[in-house]
Design a protein around this ligand. Structure first.
Ligand SMILES: Nc1ncnc2c1ncn2[C@@H]1O[C@H](COP(=O)(O)OP(=O)(O)OP(=O)(O)O)[C@@H](O)[C@H]1O
Ligand SMILES: [Mg+2]
Length: 479
């Protein structure tokens, strides 16, 4: 708009100068024409007077002086001076009485005397009060009696030009102002829908995947708006697909984990089941003393309770829960995970150190438990012949980091970035899907958190899970 306005102003100014210049030239031409006409119309009477004097028809009667003084005295004729010279340049008559009987020899007079036709010469600046000097020979065919010279005054021209300049300036400024106003209105009218569309596009960038309502249009901008709607629609569909795929990946990974867990649970169930069966078998015998009866009943009851808990843990883990963000205690989740993996940990002879205080985080308890199960299962796999599994934590203002350290085989540096990629596994023979840590990362990111590893081969591995703390709990430890 600014460029348009500046261009309009420049064009208006250029137009102004061009118009004024053209009009000045035209005015000057008109003045010259008037001077010419005046000289031409006066030529005949002056020639006649000189002719009559020459032939003696009329004696010196002062006619010349009368004509000259009338011309110079008549303001409507615009004559500043007038004179009649004889062929040698002697003044026969002059509006300036002091010039009488002088012989004029200035260049302008010489030029006038030498000219065979009417000539015009400019004296002074025509636009600043100058004069047009018109000279015309007074002759009858080749007989020359003298020369008439008159100064046609241009003093009115300067005033006319000033008036003209004022008019043209007012006109050009009004035209430029009007143009700029139209430009401004047009820019506003055009910019508004563009700005609306830009806002709509920005809202997509900020995660709004619903098309913003925009007024229908039938121009190019309307096509752009249609493209915007199609784009948002496609993005929304893709986002839905992406979430679905992510959920499916997590579920697939969970199913694979459940397979491993089920084997452990089967082992966990086996011994209390044997105990319960044995007790029930003994209770079936009628001749049992009351004390023994009570003891068998207690064993059977405890065994069945252990079986119920193991089965309900597996059931709970394998159930697909809808995502539900709430405040949960991370140390409680660690304890649940250790209980679920009790058999696997015990079987590998791993020592666990868990002295976590209650740690409140905001998240989905089931999803976070899935993360913990994956990391602990990886640690167990990294320590086939025993080791230590340690849980600690670090805090800063708004977030909390859970640190899970093992003393297993460790991870080479070049794999640190890759272990979080889907399907990256070093476990051969189809033992691992390589989805465990990929799912962990997705879940942690869903919580606005971060997961990272620090490890060297042979020196164990440390996993860091940073999660935001619940807003109300800032600066405190859980509850
Ligand atoms: N605590 C750890 N110590 C050593 N290596 C580890 C540890 N945790 C993960 N890794 C390495 O990271 C790889 C990827 O782990 P991830 O959990 O994603 O897949 P996986 O364990 O191989 O398979 P899945 O978890 O699907 O059974 C593992 O194959 C292993 O090489
Ligand atoms: Mg794994």
């Amino acid at each position: 708009m600014a460029v348009g306005a500046a261009a309009t102003l420049v064009i208006a100014l250029a137009l102004h100068f061009f118009l004024v210049d053209a009009e000045k030239r035209h005015l000057l031409q008109r003045k010259e024409q008037a001077a010419r006409t005046l000289a031409a119309s006066m030529k005949l009477p002056f020639t006649q007077i000189l002719l009559y004097e020459e032939t003696g028809l009329v004696a010196e009667s002062g006619l010349l002086d009368l004509y000259i003084s009338r011309m110079a005295g008549n303001r409507d004729m615009h004559v500043s001076y007038a004179m009649v010279l004889d062929p040698e340049g002697h003044v026969l008559s002059h509006s300036d009485l002091t010039q009488f009987h002088k012989r004029l020899d200035d260049p302008l007079s010489r030029k006038a005397l030498a000219a065979t036709g009417m000539i015009l010469s400019s004296v002074g600046d025509p636009f600043e009060g100058g004069v047009i000097d018109v000279a015309t020979p007074l002759n009858v065919s080749s007989k020359r009696f003298g020369t008439l010279r008159l100064g046609y005054s241009l003093s009115g021209l300067a005033e006319e030009i000033r008036g003209l300049k004022r008019k043209v300036l007012v006109l050009t400024i009004s035209a430029a102002a009007l143009m700029i106003f139209f430009l401004f209105v047009a820019a506003r009218v055009m910019a508004r829908p563009i700005r609306r569309l830009v806002n709509a596009l920005n809202s997509v960038h900020l995660g709004r995947l619903e098309p913003m309502p925009l007024p229908e249009r039938n121009d190019e901008l309307g096509d752009l708006q249609d493209s915007y709607r199609i784009m948002v629609d496609r993005l929304r569909k893709e986002e839905i697909e992406r979430v679905k795929t992510r959920e499916l990946l997590a579920r697939t990974e969970k199913m694979a984990t459940i397979g491993t867990l089920a084997a452990g649970i089967a082992h966990e169930i086996n011994s209390p089941l044997t105990g319960a069966m044995h007790s029930i078998g003994a209770l079936a015998k009628e001749s049992l003393p009351p004390r023994k009866r009570d003891r068998y009943l207690k064993v059977a009851g405890e065994s069945l309770e252990r079986i119920r808990r193991a089965v309900s843990q597996l059931l709970d883990y394998s159930t697909v829960h809808a995502t539900n963000f709430s405040e949960c205690d991370l140390s409680r989740l660690v304890a649940d995970t250790l209980e679920l993996l009790h058999y696997q940990i015990g079987r590998s002879g791993i020592e666990v150190e868990n002295r976590l205080p209650p740690l409140a985080v905001r998240g989905d308890a089931h999803k976070l438990e899935q993360v913990l199960v994956n990391i602990v299962m990886n640690a167990i796999a990294a320590m086939p012949s025993g080791g230590r599994l340690e849980f600690s934590h670090a805090e800063d203002g708004s977030s909390l980091t859970l640190i899970i350290a093992d003393t297993g085989e460790g991870i080479p540096e070049e794999n640190h970035g890759r272990i979080f990629e889907p399907f990256f596994t070093t476990k051969g023979n189809g033992k691992g899907t390589g989805l465990g840590l990929a799912v962990c990362r997705k879940i942690v990111e869903q919580h606005d958190g971060k997961i990272s590893v620090s490890s060297r081969p042979g020196e164990g591995a440390k996993f860091f899970i940073t999660l935001p703390r619940p807003l109300l709990m800032e600066g405190t430890h859980g509850r």
